[in-house]
Design a protein around this ligand. Structure first.
Ligand SMILES: *Cc1c(COP(=O)(O)O)cnc(C)c1O
Length: 383
């Protein structure tokens, strides 16, 4: 059996152990501690926000952002449809209702046209959302200028789900640093990992302090245990923050490695008619967390699912593009705004999309194995 090639596997730098040892030697085996404080400061410096708060997951960071914006029962929140379920689950945790917004072609991310329409509708019904969650898919920034100007017009705060886009740039500024809040994930498959963890970033230091309070069971300033608000146990452990510090040191190298992976795929497959790689919008720089492409079903007869099975036979992991959330049974009945009447971009990307193994530690030989399978089965059918 050939060795397994994973979609995106953890890639340690070797320095993680140093920070873990420090934590052990000082017996800081707790949620919170010097590694957490340092990791927060180092990450905020890297992305260019005033501060950061480390959390137990990216999902927890989104939940805290919604809490800080006062999202609660009966509120609505606009959210990208083409994304992982974790982008929207915290809306349900908060007792609010998601309204899903379609993608556009150039970034695969939230369509400003659809967002504008959703706002006009909401304005008419006097039901403006409490927040908008914009996702940066597979490392590609959404059209932040357009999206932010719409949100500003209605004075609705924006949360940037940058779980997949740490290290990416939009017009020279780090992805995730644009919204009122940004969130990152350090799950095992992300561009850098703490095995599990996340980060909430903002220029609002008061809000970040409040997030730390909420994330540690919302304990009031009293000698006894006193609580006036509902809190959570959402902080990051000092050991895992040590892993994160070492990972952050090599983030730019990881971005370069993933971009190299992407370039090799384009070189090897870009000449096949009907194969279209995820674009990179002018003025943006994607971390290319995953190499994603679409197979035009008009000219290429093999489907992404058939390819995923063929790759699996060679012990290679590939995945479809996220199934849009407006198509998920969990969110049945939720409102959805397509990019244009009769043109649901997210559904087409889902039907035709494929994510290829993209790990920064994948060798050129391993990538050749993936390319070999694809070149054998992906070709234009004569008409
Ligand atoms: C991974 C991911 C999350 C959630 O992060 P966790 O750390 O796994 O909770 C949220 N949104 C998107 C788009 C993701 O890819």
């Amino acid at each position: 059996m050939k060795s397994r090639i994973l979609l995106s596997s953890p890639h340690m730098s070797g320095n993680e152990q140093k920070y873990i040892n420090e934590a052990f030697e000082t017996n800081w085996i707790a949620p919170l501690g010097p590694n957490v404080n340092a990791f927060e400061k180092e990450l905020a410096d890297y992305v260019g926000t005033a501060g950061a708060a480390a959390t137990s997951s990216g999902t927890a960071a989104i939940h805290l952002a919604l809490e800080l914006l006062g999202v609660g029962y009966g509120d609505t929140v606009f959210c990208s449809s083409l994304t992982f379920v974790a982008s929207a689950n915290p809306i349900l945790y908060a007792g609010a209702e998601p309204v899903f917004i379609d993608s556009e072609e150039e970034t695969w991310n939230m369509s400003p046209v659809a967002l504008a329409r959703a706002f006009e509708d909401a304005q008419e019904r006097r039901e403006l959302p409490k927040a908008v969650i914009v996702v940066n898919l597979y490392g590609q920034s959404a059209k932040m200028d357009e999206l932010m100007s719409i949100c500003e017009r209605y004075e609705v705060p924006l949360i940037e789900d940058a779980a997949e886009s740490l290290g990416s740039l939009y017009k020279g500024k780090k992805s995730g640093s644009f919204g009122h809040f940004g969130i990152y994930s350090f799950n095992g498959n992300k561009i850098i990992t703490t095995s599990g963890g996340g980060m909430l970033v903002s220029n609002d230091l008061v809000a970040l302090d409040q997030s730390r309070f909420l994330a540690t069971q919302a304990r009031d300033a009293a000698k006894h245990y006193q609580h006036s608000t509902l809190g959570y146990n959402y902080r990051m452990s000092n050991i895992l923050a040590g892993v994160g510090r070492a990972q952050l040191e090599v983030l730019d190298e990881r971005v370069q490695a993933r971009r190299d992976v992407f370039d090799r795929y384009v070189q090897a497959l870009g000449d096949i008619e009907g194969v279209r790689f995820m674009p990179e919008l002018e003025g943006t720089y994607s971390n290319r967390w995953l190499t994603a492409l679409t197979l035009d079903s008009e000219v290429i007869k093999i489907t992404p699912y058939e390819l995923i099975d063929l790759l699996e036979k060679e012990n290679i992991e590939a995945r479809p593009v996220w199934k849009p959330l407006h198509m998920q049974p969990l969110f049945e009945g939720c409102k959805f705004y397509p990019h244009a009447e009769g043109d649901v971009v997210g559904e087409r990307l889902f039907a035709e999309g494929l994510c290829l193994p993209s790990g920064s530690n994948m060798t050129v030989e391993e990538q050749e194995r993936v390319i070999g399978v694809l070149r054998k089965h992906v070709y234009r059918v004569a008409v």
